[in-house]
Design a protein around this ligand. Sequence first.
Ligand SMILES: [Fe+2]
Length: 343
Amino acid sequence: MIFRQLFDSASSTYSYLLASRRGGEALIIDPVLEKVDRYIQLLNELDLRLVKAVDTHMHADHITGVGALRDRTHCITVMGEQTKADVVSMRVSDGERLTIEGVELDVIYTPGHTDDSYSFALPDRVFTGDTLLIRGTGRTDFQNGDARAQYDSIFNRLLRLPDATLVYPAHDYKGDTVSTIAEERAFNPRLQVKSADDYAALMASLHLPNPKMMDVAIPANMHVGLAQGAVAARGWAVSAAEAHALVGRPDVVFVDLREQCERERRGVIEGSIHAPYPDLADHLRQGGLLQRTGAGKRLLFYCAYGERSAMAVQAAQEAGLTSARHIAGGMAAWRIAERALVA
Ligand SMILES: [Fe+2]
């Protein structure tokens, strides 16, 4: 496996680049905006194709790099389902798997630092975000933080991972880079408590100053979404209500860009074909699935929220499929329109 731990000294943030092989797909966890050039250079040097950029939670101390990475690599942006960030094109929830070629991460919901905090585990290591730090834990005093929830996330989820599991946090302020579950259980001063109440009392006694970047970072991190408006302005968007009227039309092909796990959880539009977004470039090549399917027909892309489909419709237009459109707002908007139709 290719594994890189990258550091942003301004915010003391660790970002992690994962891939199974040179020339293959890559995933990055907690990228920082100011470091995006560095990530792109490293991806090129290692001959990797970034397909997913993941934030463990809404950060308050730096501006996320996921939006810039999406703009430059057309990768999928991923956060947990509770997030309020508009950048996200795929939302994951507890118990799901986050996958790229050759790498499968278990998705663990670990609220407490924020209500959208997630950890991501491989068999030998876990990326804990700001839930569990090395000899510390993430603060719980803002962003819907909750010390009791964090106690539960740490003691009943993370500390139940095998003792030797490597712990890779989103930050370190002292120069440590990695720990293990057993080490943290034994030596993390915040974890030497008897109960959730003890832990909550400990966290309440900290009285930490707000992060320097908080007033800038949180609003910025909430609004880095792709301008679906720009795609709409070019006439390439169809509203969910309009799309409902196109079901069953022989000249329209609905194209589902989501992954299999999303289709199973959220359902599919009847009669649609499945062409996952990471394979889009292959499908749009001469002779590819979408070139063949789109001949003489209108392709109507959809995904979860309209982010991947907005990128896909631009790529399809560039590949000569000028009648391609996408469903604005994706499956989320489709379901709302569906309820309106029934009512
Ligand atoms: Fe944080």
